[in-house]
Unconditional design. Structure first.
Length: 272
């Protein structure tokens, strides 16, 4: 059983929802990433999403674009990212780690080699933002051989056909992008999100995570009422950017914010 399936099964048994914080590997410098991953787990993260820096992150808003730039200024490569996961695994063998990035670096390494190295490092799943599932046969075959979960995106504009295809090939969980546009966009509407999740659940049996537009404990709590997981990215990355020259403060301020999200989500879970 994959770590992702085991974690979601355990949370479901306890009546809890997953909190999935996103950070970019190597932002603001390589020495911060692994300690921050551990601190996020201590603060209540159930799954970690680790961004692979890329020079043209087309789905990202300004905050994560700048995070990629800060990481790339330190020459962070795919190999460096996998080394960070491997280092994290030396003292945490349980928390699932999902890599998030774009197809070009994976293609450059080769699907089979990437999947093999990712699993060897301790990664559990991969979100490849610019790879539609209809064009992913070779990618999926390599991932399936290595036991790596392909996590796919759905959006407000996803058609019934796209939802069916994702239901056929995804594993781990499905990531619902709650807003049209890029990361860090405006506030989400929980009523609209709930309506779309209801439609998706008719075809998708995997846990559904919701991301984009989650900027506060209140919004995290509202999403926890309707989704299986709450994914938070730009709100964390903005805090990292504000403290880029004070890395010790990052290791306190960012986990404190995650802890506030966890607390708000737990209140929902307790009352429901």
């Amino acid at each position: 059983m994959s770590r992702l399936k085991a974690r979601f099964d355990a949370l479901r048994t306890k009546g809890r929802k997953a909190l999935i914080p996103f950070i970019t590997a190597g932002d603001p410098n390589p020495d911060v990433t692994v300690p921050l991953m551990h601190e996020l787990v201590k603060a209540g993260a159930d799954v970690l999403e680790l961004g692979i820096p890329f020079s043209d992150p087309m789905a990202e808003g300004p905050a994560i674009q700048r995070a990629c730039e800060r990481a790339l200024a330190h020459h962070i490569t795919m190999t460096n990212v996998l080394d960070m996961v491997r280092q994290f695994r030396t003292t945490d063998s349980d928390t699932p780690v999902v890599l998030m990035g774009y197809l070009n670096p994976i293609e450059a390494m080769g699907y089979e080699a990437f999947a093999e190295h990712a699993v060897a490092s301790g990664a559990d799943g991969v979100i490849t933002v610019d790879l539609p599932p209809e064009e992913a046969d070779e990618y999926l075959a390599a991932f399936n051989r290595q036991g790596l979960d392909p996590v796919f995106l759905l959006a407000p504009t996803s058609t019934d056909e796209r939802i069916r295809r994702v239901a056929e090939v995804a594993s781990g969980f499905v990531y619902y992008v709650s807003l049209k546009g890029v990361t860090g966009a405006s506030n989400l509407d929980p009523v609209e999100v709930e309506a779309k999740l209801t439609k998706i659940r008719k075809q998708v049996s995997l846990p559904l995570g919701v991301g984009f537009g989650i900027k506060s404990p209140e919004v995290a709590a509202s999403v926890a009422r309707i989704a299986d997981a709450v994914v938070v990215g730009s709100a964390l990355v903005n805090r990292i950017a504000d403290l880029a020259d004070r890395p010790d403060e990052i290791l306190k301020t960012v986990p404190d914010f995650v802890a506030s999200l966890r607390e708000a989500m737990d209140q929902v879970e307790v009352s429901s």
